[in-house]
Design a protein around this ligand. Structure first.
Ligand SMILES: Cc1cc2nc3c(=O)[nH]c(=O)nc-3n(C[C@H](O)[C@H](O)[C@H](O)COP(=O)(O)O)c2cc1C
Length: 209
């Protein structure tokens, strides 16, 4: 029974003394620990966007770059999420690292990164992924999986081993104004530390779980 699935979170704690005062440094520490924990897809994050009817949409994307300013993912600039971002640049991200009993929630504004940066990342991708970016008209209705196979072969023949970045593909950078770190604790008395950016400085508060 679903109602009988229950877990005590005993792995770790997070408090105001030990948390790093810069939330990006704290994120970097937890991300590194998530990578070292060898759980599947530690860089996977749920990206939520909101459309012009105020309907939220969520999906997983991969964090590909992280600076002490922004969280970068790559995608098609013509798909649903891109259309929603063009209408409303406020987004949220959620990381869930079950092996560490941790969640990080991020809220902020998103913008396209430069073509130079997108090109540089695109060039580092394996050939198949580069071709995949040309192959898929992301979010469009297609009539069979076979369509994608044919598109893939078409672009493979067209470009050979030198695949340029499609103009409709690139990165977005999420610049946060709020980052919350959640550490599971015993008896559901979880730790939640919320960083909010106010006039350029980050303040920390503890929230009830
Ligand atoms: C583990 C995982 C990683 C993914 N990474 C990406 C990604 O980095 N970029 C991307 O565009 N879609 C990625 N996807 C697919 C998206 O979840 C989504 O299906 C796609 O981007 C289309 O979303 P949209 O129609 O809302 O634009 C990933 C899905 C999963 C499950």
């Amino acid at each position: 029974m679903l109602r009988d699935i229950r877990k005590q979170y005993l792995f770790s704690t997070l408090d105001e003394k030990s948390v790093l005062k810069n939330p990006f440094e704290q994120f970097e520490k937890w991300l590194q620990e998530a990578i070292e924990s060898e759980q599947l897809e530690p860089t996977a994050m749920v990206l939520s966007t909101v459309d012009d009817q105020l309907q939220p949409h969520s999906r997983v994307v991969l964090l590909k770059e992280f600076t002490h300013e922004s969280f970068v993912f790559y995608t098609n600039y013509e798909g649903h999420k891109a259309q929603q971002i063009a209408q409303n640049n406020r987004v949220s991200l959620v990381f869930f690292w079950p092996a560490l009993e941790r969640q990080v929630r991020i809220e902020g504004k998103v913008e396209k990164i430069s073509e130079v940066l997108s090109n540089s990342y695109f060039e580092s991708r394996p050939l198949d992924s580069q071709l995949g970016a040309w192959t898929s008209p992301q979010s469009m209705v297609i009539h069979s999986a076979d369509f994608l196979e044919k598109q893939f072969q078409y672009y493979q023949q067209k470009f050979g081993n030198e695949v340029p970045k499609p103009p409709h593909w690139g990165g977005y950078a999420v610049k946060p104004h709020a980052i919350e770190f959640w550490q599971g604790r015993a008896n559901r008395l979880h730790d939640r530390l919320l960083f909010i950016k106010e006039s350029g400085d980050w303040t920390i508060s503890r929230l009830a779980p």
